[in-house]
Design a protein around this ligand. Structure first.
Ligand SMILES: [Zn+2]
Length: 208
């Protein structure tokens, strides 16, 4: 019996405009930057509106632009999905305020839902309550760990303005003998750690 082929490795991808999409992007991104208006386009004619559950499943396909192994739903930033007449309202709470990914995230949600035929879409930004890493789903934590990023540890405490993580386990060997190398990892949302057992460096998703 032939062995099963190995699954293709997961390659992180950065957001990049698709072919033919380049022209309008900066304008559209700019409009996302300060709150989103309703873009009135004709709704799908003759079709029943997709269910909220179906829309959640579509949103679960949209990767986080910074950590593509987890989806926006795993990240916990999608707070609500509801129909207001024939306008779909998606409520999003940004992660770290001023995180440059926020604009890209809004754009990705918009594009993905329009590709699924959502004609009228309103993205609502909800700043309160503020997002915390506790909103990352259990599945999201597992995916982070499998990807080599230590998921946020809710026992982390803020101390003198700097986050002092406690008991950040190595995502590779599971050892708790780890040390922080730098407050900032590959993005400001992560810190760089090293395992003193297996000696592997890794990113830690900061808890907030
Ligand atoms: Zn290790």
């Amino acid at each position: 019996m032939a062995p099963e082929p190995l699954p293709a490795p997961v390659t992180p991808t950065r957001y990049s405009p698709q072919k033919g999409e380049g022209q309008g992007i900066s304008t559209r991104l700019a409009s996302f930057a300060d709150g989103l208006g309703t873009d009135e386009r004709p709704a799908r004619s003759g079709d029943a509106l997709p269910s909220v559950a179906e829309i959640w499943s579509w949103l679960a396909e949209v990767p986080d632009p910074e950590i593509p192994v987890i989806s926006l739903v795993d990240l916990g930033i999608i707070r609500d999905v509801a129909w207001d007449g024939d306008v779909l309202e998606v409520t999003v709470t940004p992660t770290y305020s001023g995180c440059p990914a926020t604009t890209v995230i809004n754009f990705d949600i918009d594009r993905h839902l329009r590709e699924r035929g959502i004609g009228k879409l309103r993205l609502k930004r909800q700043l309160s309550p503020a997002w915390t890493t506790a909103w990352i789903s259990a599945e999201g934590r597992d995916k982070l760990s499998a990807y080599g990023i230590a998921p946020p540890n809710e026992a982390t405490v803020a101390c003198a303005g700097a986050l002092q993580p406690r008991d950040v386990a190595c995502p590779r060997c599971g050892s708790a003998k780890t040390e922080r190398i730098s407050q900032f990892g590959s993005t400001p949302c992560k810190a760089h750690f090293r395992c003193t057992e297996c000696l592997e460096p890794f990113d830690y998703f900061k808890s907030i």
